[in-house]
Design a protein around this ligand. Structure first.
Ligand SMILES: C[S@@+](CC[C@H](N)C(=O)[O-])C[C@H]1O[C@@H](n2cnc3c(N)ncnc32)[C@H](O)[C@@H]1O
Length: 236
């Protein structure tokens, strides 16, 4: 499923970084894992060894993940009329279908950002297939809806991987303008409570350290091809 800011391309590399921080080699145990900005769960699919928690502020999305875990099957086709009726509230649908249509059938995976069409592709069918493939890897994940800025972690001593909206971005349901300062304060507060936080962003306040970086292509076109960025992970 297309998802704005989805980490499809980097999911394996990021999961390696997470793995390094979860290991407790002497005891053979791993630290509990929480991903509070799970979105389309690309990184979550690559994390193994329970306990694994994943949350997001978008209640529709979380309901969709839980429904998929309980064998809900999304539709294979959504017409443009139906898309618009759902978007405009003329047609009432379940929360899981709302998430599927809002992201999976929208241009660029941006929440109701316009009906995805063209390239002779059935975007709903592709989102359907992608979700059903993915959910097999998510059966052991504890999904819940939460605002990262407000909620306490579900366990002590967790490894917490954050992939928040990047500074200055919009396009997620119910998030408005992203408050990056509040976010970094919260990361520091949780780190002081003995959690290990790993954060994807292009920039971090000075007191944070870079633990990983890699050049990647974005979906944005420039005259020289796809725009390149350096993806980074920070910790404190
Ligand atoms: C960059 S996306 C995450 C993408 C994800 N890593 C993936 O591969 O699909 C950011 C996510 O943060 C969520 N979000 C925004 N504000 C939030 C908040 N205050 N608390 C929790 N989640 C939030 C959005 O709903 C969105 O799913």
């Amino acid at each position: 499923m297309r998802y704005l800011g989805g980490k499809y391309r980097l999911r394996k590399q990021i999961a390696e970084v997470i793995k390094e921080h979860r290991g407790l080699p002497l005891s053979g145990k791993v630290k509990p894992y929480w991903e509070p900005f799970t979105g389309s769960a690309w990184v979550t699919t690559q994390v193994d060894k329970e306990p694994i928690y994943a949350s997001d502020i978008n209640k529709y999305l979380i309901t969709m993940w839980k429904a998929l875990q309980n064998e809900w099957e999304p539709p294979k086709n959504i017409t443009e009329d139906k898309y618009n009726a759902i978007r405009e509230g003329r047609k009432q649908v379940s929360d899981e279908l709302m998430a599927f249509v809002g992201f999976g059938c929208s241009w660029g995976g941006k929440w109701f950002g316009g009906y995805a069409r063209g390239e002779d592709r059935n975007w709903a069918r592709e989102a359907h297939d992608s979700l059903l493939n993915k959910v097999d890897k998510l059966q052991d994940v504890n999904f819940f809806q939460a605002d990262f800025l407000q909620v306490e972690p579900p366990e002590n001593n967790m490894v917490i991987y954050c992939d928040p909206p990047y500074k200055g971005t919009t396009g997620y349901k119910g998030t408005g303008d992203w408050n990056a300062d509040k976010f970094w304060n919260r990361v520091e507060y949780l780190s002081n409570k003995s959690h290990k936080l790993l954060v994807s962003e292009y920039k971090a306040p000075d007191k944070f350290d870079l633990v990983w970086q890699q050049e990647t292509k974005t979906d944005l076109n420039t005259k020289d091809g796809k725009e390149k960025r350096i993806e980074k992970i920070f910790t404190i």
